[in-house]
Structure formats: structure tokens, C-alpha cells
Write a protein that binds this ligand. Structure first.
Ligand code: FUL
Length: 457
């Protein structure tokens, strides 16, 4: 195999997958026969983003609450300096590639001038009632080269039809139709399963198959996120930490619909299913602050750069994607502290992954051992493995070792690899070579795994 030199730019700007595909063993044809589920182009693009920013913004920002009750006055929505470009610039600068906005949260207030309710920006002082936050958001994303996504809460504590299932389902589809047909291509449409009681005391029954069909029809290139996918699943917690192991394949019967709880569901969301028949990778969501919406009392409780960089290792570095919420203030701007922490995270990650110490690579005949020779002997701080997931996910168990000149010493052990698996190495030994041995696979194929080795920053 030809010499491989990766640079800082390589890590930051190219997909791991492209590199992995370039390193396919010569018997690659065997892969296509393996018969395991594989991602769609949209799912691959979703995963390559690695980092997406979540924006929770709405009447709760002004009432200082997490869940509005639907009785908020539209007149309370009064951002004085809203600048979606500031959000997008901050995201881009910190290495994010996508952004998702709460077009409507549980309180029912719509951030775009919808025809389905008067409970929207059109009745607010924002831009004298002529504003459209969704429009400003998607425009800002596109101007900064970020892929936009929208969250439309199904639970609606304001709309009078909520709980009257068929009528509300029509309203919900009408809202989706406005969002999916008037704002250009979206990368992700985000649904939660929240389902409270309606004003009439009745429980709303959502029509998820209809919702998903509507997205597929109007935005065929978007991924649909929910507990139950169909394209991307919730990772099972709101702390931004992916499961280990983490299969991108699932058994769809285990999580039949969003918001369903019961034995085994969180486990299925966290870990996926090694023998699952459907490709549905996990998204890890969390907030940079304790709450999803901005609260001034939490200004001193913003996650540190170090905490955020570690979250990257435990989400992206465990075959997931990190959806990190950064909530705008009542002014309509991201807070300076949050921006500083995002930039700090980016600097840390750049430092950790700056110098790739690999200059030569060999693959064993059986394809189960991949060895890299370091540019110069060094201790190892991080090892990043990437599986060629366009052909499915196969690695079920592996170990990594370093050669100190006399013997092979174990550096790390793991289960799944997938899009990326990043191991922190605590063994201080100086090594000349590093090898990964795939000890167990799902399916009969020989996995193609790319190995990158990073010395201490
Ligand atoms: C949950 C909501 O209840 C929270 O308020 C937040 O939006 C979170 C991302 O999803 O379902």
C-alpha cells in the first residue's frame, strides 16, 4: 500500500469514509456479498458532518422556562438583535457542519409566519410582525455552508385541535408542508415523541407513518430523526454520550414509534443491534448548558472546552454524531461564554488530532490485522479507527497494540468501530508501530479499517 500522510487539514476537512474507502483491501469484492444493511447517501452525509448545532429558541427564551404551557403571549417574543448569521458563524468556526432549529417547541409558538395558527412570529413585535426566524436561519446556514435542519414538536400545548387526533394531525402535516416546501433543501427533520394531554383532556394519537411519508415526499434527501428513525435514531440519553458497543444496525420492532417507553428500549437505542436488519445510526444530543433554552441563571454553568472535547470522543468517537445545543439569549444572539467554549473545544480537538504519526501501512493477508509504522517512535495518546461503513458495519471486537522494539504491548480494546472509534491510550510506552487486530466480526466479510495514530498534543 502506498505511503499515507494525513495532515491536520485532512482530519478537519475530509470525511473519514473517503480515506477508508481508499484503503480497501484487494479482496474488496467480498464486501458486496456480505448482505448486511448499508447506509443511504443521506445517512452517510449526516454522519460525515460529525458535529451539528441545536438551536432552542422561542417564547421560552423570554419566559425563562424549559417547557412553555402554550399560554405565552406572542407579544413576549421580542429578540432585539437577532442575528442568525452570528449563530452560523460561531458554529462554522468551531467545526460544526449542520444546524437544527426548533421551528416549534411544545408551547406551540411557530417561529415562521404559518397559516395554521395565529400563535406565531406574525403576531409578535419581532421585525414588526413581518419576521420569519426559520427563513433567517436557513439563509444563515446556507451562507456559511452549514446544512440546515428543523425540529417540529408534535406536542403542541397551544393549538386548539391538539388531542382531537385527526384534526390536529391535519394541522401538523400542514405545518410540516410549509416548512418542507418553502425553505429549500433540509438535511435533517427532527421529531421527538412528547405527547401530553390536550386542552380537551384527550390524548393525541400521532400518525407517524403519514408524517414520515410527507418528509420523504417533500424532502427526499433529508434524514428523518426520531426514537424510531426511520433514518437516524435517538441515542437513548440527553447527555451526548453514545453507547458502547454502538451498532448502526437496529431491529426496527424494538422501538416501534417515537416516545414509546418500556423494557429494553433505552438499551436498543443506545447499542443498536448487531444483527439488525435496518441501518439507523444513533444521534447523541445534549446541551452546552443544563437547560435546552437560555436561562441567565445558567451563565456560570456552561460546559467547559475540555468537557465538550471529551463529549466529541464519546459521541463521534463511538460511531455517533454530536448534536450540541447552544441556546440564543433573549437578544437573539449566542452568549459570549458559549462561543468561547465552542472555540476552546475546537482548539483542543485541533491540538489532539493535529499530528498524525503514520507513514506506512500494511494489511495482513487475512485482512484482520492492519499495521501502521509511525513517522518516528512516540508514545500514543489517541487512536482513531474508521470502518468503511458504506459497505456496512462489521467489526464486533478488536484490540490495538504498539511495538516498542522488543514486543507488542496492548494499547486499547474495543467492540464496535463503525464510522469512527476513538480510543484514548494511557500506556506511556514509546512505540514504533501500531497494529489493530479485528478479533470478531458480524457477517462473514473482512472489515476495512483505517488506523490513525496521534501522539500526545
Ligand atoms: C425533548 C424536549 O422535551 C426537550 O425540551 C428538548 O427539546 C429535547 C431536545 O427534546 O423531547
Amino acid at each position: 500500500m502506498a505511503a499515507v500522510t494525513f495532515t491536520r487539514r485532512h482530519f478537519l476537512e475530509t470525511s473519514a469514509l473517503a480515506g477508508a474507502a481508499a484503503c480497501l483491501p484487494s479482496d474488496a469484492a467480498a464486501w458486496w456479498q456480505a448482505g448486511r444493511p448499508r447506509p443511504t447517501a443521506a445517512q452517510l452525509a449526516w454522519q460525515r458532518d460529525e458535529l451539528a448545532m441545536f438551536i432552542h429558541f422561542g417564547v421560552n427564551t423570554f419566559s425563562d422556562r424549559e417547557w412553555g404551557d402554550g399560554k405565552e403571549l406572542p407579544s413576549s417574543f421580542a429578540p432585539s438583535r437577532l442575528d442568525a448569521r452570528q449563530w452560523a458563524r460561531a458554529a462554522k468556526h468551531a467545526g460544526f457542519r449542520a444546524m437544527i432549529l426548533t421551528a416549534k417547541h411544545h408551547d406551540g409558538f411557530c417561529l415562521w409566519p404559518t397559516r395554521t395558527t395565529t400563535h406565531s412570529v406574525a403576531a409578535s413585535p419581532f421585525r414588526a410582525g413581518a419576521g420569519d426566524v426559520v427563513r433567517e436561519f436557513v439563509d444563515a446556514c446556507r451562507a456559511e455552508g452549514l446544512r440546515p435542519g428543523l425540529y417540529l414538536s408534535p406536542w403542541d400545548r397551544n393549538h386548539p385541535t391538539y388531542g382531537d387526533s385527526d384534526r390536529y394531525n391535519d394541522v401538523y402535516i400542514a405545518q410540516l408542508t410549509e416548512l418542507l416546501s418553502n425553505y429549500g433543501p433540509l438535511a435533517e427533520v427532527w421529531f421527538d415523541g412528547a405527547n401530553g394531554e390536550g386542552p380537551n383532556g384527550r390524548r393525541q394519537v400521532y400518525d407517524w407513518p403519514r408524517v414520515w411519508a410527507a418528509v420523504k415526499r417533500m424532502q427526499p434527501d433529508a434524514v428523518v430523526f426520531s426514537d424510531a428513525g426511520p433514518d437516524v435514531r435517538w441515542g437513548g440519553n440527553e447527555s451526548g454520550v453514545a453507547g458502547d458497543p454502538n451498532w448502526s444496525t437496529v431491529d426496527p420492532a424494538k422501538v416501534p414509534a417515537p416516545g414509546v417507553s418500556g423494557p429494553g428500549i433505552i438499551d436498543a437505542l443506545q447499542h443498536g443491534d448487531r444483527d439488525g436488519t435496518v441501518w439507523r445510526p444513533a444521534e447523541s444530543d445534549t446541551s452546552i448548558r443544563p437547560g435546552w433554552f437560555y436561562h441567565p441563571a445558567e451563565d456560570g454553568r456552561v460546559k467547559t472546552a475540555e468537557q465538550l472535547a471529551n463529549l466529541y470522543l464519546r459521541s463521534v468517537g463511538r460511531n455517533s454524531k454530536l448534536l450540541l445545543n447552544v441556546p440564543p439569549t433573549p437578544e437573539g444572539l449566542l452568549h459570549d461564554t458559549d462561543i468561547a467554549r465552542l472555540n476552546g473545544m475546537h482548539e483542543l480537538l485541533r491540538g489532539w488530532f493535529a499530528a498524525v504519526a503514520v507513514n506506512r501501512e500494511t494489511v495482513s493477508l487475512a485482512g484482520r490485522v492492519r499495521e501502521v509504522t509511525l513517522t518516528r517512535p512516540s508514545p500514543v495518546a489517541l487512536i482513531r479507527l474508521n470502518e468503511a461503513i458504506a459497505r456496512g458495519q462489521h467489526v464486533a471486537r478488536y484490540k490495538t497494540e504498539g511495538f516498542d522494539g522488543a514486543q507488542w504491548i496492548e494499547l486499547s480494546r474495543g467492540t464496535t468501530v463503525g464510522f469512527a472509534k476513538i480510543d484514548r491510550v494511557t500506556v506511556p510506552t514509546v512505540v514504533q508501530r501500531v497494529r489493530v487486530t479485528v478479533e470478531e466480526t458480524a457477517g462473514s466479510a473482512n472489515p476495512s479499517v483505517r488506523v490513525n495514530v496521534y501522539p500526545p498534543a
